[in-house]
Design a protein around this ligand. Structure first.
Ligand code: ADP
Length: 562
């Protein structure tokens, strides 16, 4: 049944109750009113006429008009005969009154007239009493039936009032509860109303919607699960260690490689604060230090491996939602690099002896005691000497680099006079500076403190800086070599007026094999400054460069005083 029909029926029922009760009350009130009107009309008026006739009879001797009054009231009484016996009593009265009119002075039939009037009076009084009883009975009936109808209809209406609202409120409550469950993502919720009205239709629509949501969620979940397991598989298959952290640095996941490297199981540390894990795990501590690109040597699985650490921010819509620490396995590159270093070391070492003997032989050829050379021959020998010199420099740089790369720098630290280092270095390059007509301006103050240094390696660095300064300066431009004391260290600087270096290349010039793009000199290896930095830093010193393109460069290093 439709909700509208139910409402119409419910309200119609109430209407029927009101109409029934009202009609019944109206009926009884009407009946009582009619009964009392009848008493008033039929009997009370007759009593009034009787009384008027008695009064007229009393005054008939003294008042001539009393006869007319009596006649008048008798006539009214004759037309108001309503009770049994009243007609006969009235006819009797008429007869007596007629006789009285024939003999107005004769008062002998007065008692007879009075008697007839009293009979009429008595009949009407008795009728009034009787009718009063009937009215009382009717009132009692009305009371009885109205009470019964009131009680019955009252009970029905009360039951109806109690039950009818639930026809509307119960399904609304069920729907409300269902909607709340859906809002809480309980898509299994269904509403069973078993009614064919609008609420039933609403419940069906709700169930269809919940079913669709359920299907959607299941398919979404399945998709998400599939994606998750796919990503997990990829992460676990990788040769790199991967650790995921949330924004609060709690551990979200780690793959099999990371488990092996850390020596921890994922289940043990998942959800834990990474800094807490780092307290008892050295590798985790190193990983959390925010210095990317560090090479880490890790001993795991009975072998040494090399990893490069990268910390990547995971972002979503521009917001950082976590971090991923990637431990890139660089062991194969490391092994190749080691092989390259060994190869370079071996080759440079093997080349050094033959090159030295070529140099020696060329020098012998220059000796006139062996034989005089024609000018062309002397030129060729000179060029052999220069090439051998250059080759020796390259092999020595390569050897030094191999030492640096294998971590085999052997330092002979000793107290040294800065002036001695400068003299040694300047002597080594004086000839070369002379060839380009470059003046060397040396500025060394008196009483410089001794420094703690490896004289040979420090001289090597200074020679390298001076060689570069000559190499990258035009002819006739001076080079300044200065030494000065700075707090607990002594600073060596080499200033040239050469081409200078573009600012953007400056941070890279100390990198291995790096040559500034567009450098005209083709002879360098790009290793000199890299080795210089290693030598100086191995002695706890610092090395730096300043340069302005077109104006020249200043290279400097400082070493601690003894
Ligand atoms: P190289 O053997 O090529 O000189 P270095 O490591 O000594 O290698 O120098 C690296 C690069 O720095 C050079 O290729 C050169 O471009 C630049 N450089 C070094 N010193 C100077 C300088 N005094 N003036 C200009 N450029 C320089």
């Amino acid at each position: 049944m439709k909700l509208k029909t139910k409402l119409v029926l419910g309200l119609s029922f109430l209407f029927v109750v009101i109409v029934t009760f009202g009609s019944l009350s109206f009926y009884y009130i009407n009946r009582l009113s009619n009964d009392s009107k009848l008493v008033l009309k039929n009997n009370h008026e007759s009593l009034v006429y009787s009384n008027n006739m008695l009064d007229a009879l009393e005054n008939i001797q003294i008042n001539k008009g009393a006869e007319g009054l009596l006649e008048n009231n008798l006539r009214k009484q004759e037309s108001n005969i309503t009770e049994i016996g009243e007609k006969e009593a009235t006819q009797e009265l008429r007869k007596d009154f007629r006789e009285l009119l024939l003999n107005p002075g004769d008062s002998s039939n007065y008692p007879q007239i009075r008697h007839s009037i009293h009979i009429i009076n008595g009949i009407n009084q008795a009728a009034i009493l009787r009718k009063n009883e009937i009215v009382e009975k009717t009132a009692e009936d009305a009371n009885f039936w109205l009470t019964i109808v009131f009680v019955v209809l009252g009970i029905i209406t009360f039951t109806f009032v109690i039950n009818f609202p639930s026809v509307i409120s119960a399904p609304i409550r069920a729907l409300n509860e269902g909607i709340r469950e859906i809002a809480n993502r309980n898509y299994h919720k269904r509403i069973h109303l078993n009614q064919n009205d609008e609420f039933g239709e609403l419940a069906n629509a709700f169930n269809t919607m919940a079913e669709k949501l359920d299907e959607y969620q299941s398919s979404n979940l399945a998709q998400l699960r599939f994606e998750k397991s796919r990503i997990e598989t990829i992460i676990n298959q990788m040769r790199d260690g991967i650790i995921g952290l949330d924004t609060k640095k709690n551990i979200l996941f780690l793959n099999a490689v990371a488990e092996k490297l850390l020596g921890l199981k994922e289940a043990e540390i998942i959800g834990k604060y990474s800094a807490d894990v780092a307290l008892r795990n050295d590798l985790m501590r190193k990983l959390l230090q925010e210095t990317p690109g560090n090479e880490l040597k890790i001993y795991a699985d009975n072998k040494e491996s090399y990893f490069n650490k990268d910390i990547l921010d995971v972002t979503n819509n521009g917001l950082v939602v976590g971090q991923v620490i990637v431990l890139r396995n660089i062991t194969p590159f490391h092994e190749l690099n080691e092989a390259k270093t060994n190869f370079i070391a071996t080759v440079s070492h093997e080349l050094k002896t033959p090159i030295s003997s070529i140099k020696m032989s060329a020098r012998l050829l220059e000796d006139e005691r062996i034989g005089k050379l024609v000018p062309e021959q002397a030129g060729l020998v000179k060029s052999i000497m220069e090439d051998a010199e250059r080759l020796l420099k390259i092999t020595s740089e390569l050897l030094n680099m191999a030492q640096v790369e294998t971590g085999n720098i052997q330092l002979k630290l000793q107290p040294a006079q800065p002036g001695v280092i400068v003299d040694q270095s300047v002597n080594a390059i004086r000839l070369r500076a002379g060839q380009k007509n470059i003046a060397l301006q040396i500025n060394i103050p008196q009483n410089l403190p001794l420094i703690q240094a490896d004289i040979e390696k420090t001289s090597w660095v200074l020679i390298n800086l001076l060689t570069n300064a000559i190499k990258y300066s035009p002819e006739n431009s001076p080079i300044q070599i200065s030494v000065s004391q700075k707090n607990n260290s002594v600073e060596f600087t080499v200033k040239d007026s050469g081409n200078g270096i573009d600012e953007k290349y400056l941070p890279k010039i100390f990198d291995r094999y790096y040559k500034v793009p567009g450098t005209h000199e083709r002879t360098g290896t790009g290793l000199g400054l890299a080795i210089s930095r290693e030598f100086i830093e191995a002695q706890q010193g610092t090395i730096w460069a300043q340069s302005t393109i077109g104006e020249g460069s200043v290279f400097g290093f400082s070493l601690q005083t003894k």
